[in-house]
Ligand binder design. Structure first.
Ligand SMILES: Cc1cc2nc3c(=O)[nH]c(=O)nc-3n(C[C@H](O)[C@H](O)[C@H](O)COP(=O)(O)OP(=O)(O)OC[C@H]3O[C@@H](n4cnc5c(N)ncnc54)[C@H](O)[C@@H]3O)c2cc1C
Length: 497
């Protein structure tokens, strides 16, 4: 039996999905590697989950922040399965998967086969009402344009203009593609946000040809997986989830979610970690070296908590404050990473009061339309089991210009209700819930990748201080989970050595 002095301790700062995934992976990896490890997670607010939050309003389920996970990046779904929540995974209602773009006050459907920016089917693209003839011609030029000779980062805006033209940028790039990150295409780094586009250009020269090849490969992979599953079932190995047995086939639409909302994921992580490992209401203010050479994590309440290693899974601006004294150079770099604010409003309507919906998941609204909302979702069309059959739920993303404060909840509700009345002719909602997300979305601007490299190189001087969370290597849930779990595994290996 090891003595108490051999027990290692790691403090994880930040109880969003990044910190929770890292903390849970630490406990699991320590078991696997036979390391005695004490893990503590310190969260400033009174709840875990960070941006992930699900509320119930009567019989309706309301997502305050994220509402789905892209399944093409496997790490989000993998975590759900590892937590035995695979049975709760639910697909989107792809029978009605259509997105509209509001352009000059009218709703135009995105043509069938358009993936992000890239048309992959000829007839729907040619007949699409969204694009002008010169716009369509310019997009098709992608097939023959040479690839860029120089490498190096460029803005998403420049990239899209160069490959597909400015109409594609205004109607798709800004509202749809940059909108995923609440970003401005004129500052966003294409290398850090959509590296696949660059890869496709370098490998295939054309985005259209690159996308077609990827789709073919994905289809073949799906067919192979289905064949393997059928073969395994034929072997009589069943559908159990024990090791060696094939996993239950889960619905894999492009986006998936959890039946009772995404908060179920963070609640389950917190349950697995246990109350004894999680301290809420603990704002971390700094890190310093203790007299014994270990780290000391200081909190706003004036405590100094010793640790052998610290994972900082906080937004970059919060991490900058924590590292301000210990590593001012790193803190300066982190402060340079811009964050935008955002807000969501969910509104409920009596179904009989809603004029016939155009169908589909929702609509994105380009900046040029001068609307206060930048997108809205027909929640009860996109997802199953979100509200009783007689209720229609809508969700709006309110536009918050960079550097401005998020309006009050009441103002947000007024903005959303007014815009939906104007655009769709909806009546006053039965109720509305508004969520303010101040500086919650990191912006990967041009030079982001190089900045992260500099920060991580400088961190080598502080062994055991590690960065995680969505600020550095991908800002959606799957990448945040991947980074948290990877950093945790690397740390256990290092602590064991
Ligand atoms: C409105 C909105 C919609 C989104 N939609 C999607 C979507 O549909 N799909 C998707 O994949 N992603 C989506 N995202 C992104 C996704 O939410 C993030 O990728 C993910 O939640 C980031 O997790 P995180 O742990 O890095 O950060 P956070 O969730 O921000 O968690 C950070 C935590 O650190 C805590 N903290 C901060 N400072 C301190 C301190 N000094 N001491 C202690 N604790 C501190 C905070 O209180 C917080 O709990 C959305 C984000 C927002 C805001």
């Amino acid at each position: 039996m090891e003595s108490a002095s051999q027990v290692r301790k790691v403090i994880v700062v930040g109880g969003g999905i990044g910190g929770l995934a890292a903390a849970w992976e630490l406990t699991e990896e320590a078991k696997r590697q036979g390391l005695e490890l004490e893990v503590k997670l310190l969260e400033a607010s009174g709840r875990v989950g960070g941006s992930i939050r699900t509320d119930r309003v009567g019989d309706c389920l309301v997502e305050a922040g994220p509402d789905c996970i892209v399944s093409e990046k496997p790490w989000g779904v993998q975590l759900i399965e590892d937590l035995d929540l695979g049975g709760q995974l639910t697909p989107t209602n792809d029978a009605d998967r259509r997105t509209y773009v509001l352009w000059k006050g009218k709703l135009h459907p995105l043509p069938d086969g358009l993936i992000l920016l890239v048309p992959t089917k000829v007839t729907p693209f040619i007949t699409a009402s969204l694009f002008s003839w010169p716009g369509k011609f310019r997009m098709a030029l992608d097939l023959v344009l040479p690839k860029r000779k120089t490498t190096g980062d460029e803005t998403l805006g420049d990239f899209i203009r160069r490959r597909l033209g400015s109409e594609a940028l205004d109607k798709l790039g800004e509202p749809l593609v940059a909108g995923i990150h609440s970003g401005d295409p004129e500052t966003m780094s294409v290398a850090s946000t959509f590296p696949r586009f660059l890869q496709m250009e370098q490998e295939e020269r054309s985005l259209i040809l690159g996308m077609l090849r990827r789709m073919r490969a994905a289809r073949q992979a799906r067919e192979r997986a289905a064949a393997q599953l059928a073969e395994a079932a034929g072997d009589g190995s069943g559908t159990g989830t024990g090791s060696g047995a094939p996993r239950r086939q889960i619905p894999r639409t492009m986006f998936v979610t959890l039946r009772r909302g995404l908060e179920e994921l963070v609640v389950e992580l917190a349950r697995r970690l246990g109350d004894e490992r999680i301290e809420l209401g603990q704002k971390v203010t700094g890190i310093r070296r203790g007299a014994d050479g270990r780290w000391e994590v200081t909190t706003a309440e004036g405590e100094a908590k010793p640790a052998d290693a610290v994972i900082l899974a906080t937004p970059a601006h919060a991490t900058a404050e924590i590292l301000a004294c210990l590593a001012p150079g790193i803190a300066d770099e982190l402060r340079e990473m811009p964050y935008v604010s955002s807000a969501t409003v969910t509104l409920a309507y009596r179904r009989e009061d809603v004029p016939t919906s155009p169908g589909g998941f929702g609509t994105v609204i380009p900046k040029g339309e001068a609307r206060r909302i930048k997108a809205f979702t027909w929640v009860t069309t996109k997802f199953f089991e979100r509200a009783p059959a007689d209720t229609v739920l809508m969700r709006c993303f309110v536009r918050v210009p960079f550097g401005e404060r998020v309006p009050s909840q009441d103002e947000l509700k007024r903005i959303a209700a007014r815009e939906l009345a104007d655009i769709l002719g909806l009546p006053e909602p039965l109720w509305a819930r508004a969520y303010r997300w101040e500086r919650a979305m990191p912006q990967y601007v041009v030079g982001h990748g190089a900045r992260v490299e500099r920060v991580e190189a400088a961190l080598a001087e502080l062994p055991g201080v590690v960065l995680a969370g969505g600020a550095y290597h991908g800002s959606g849930i799957p990448d945040t989970v991947r980074v948290g779990r990877e950093r945790a595994r690397e740390l256990v290996t290092r602590l064991r050595a």
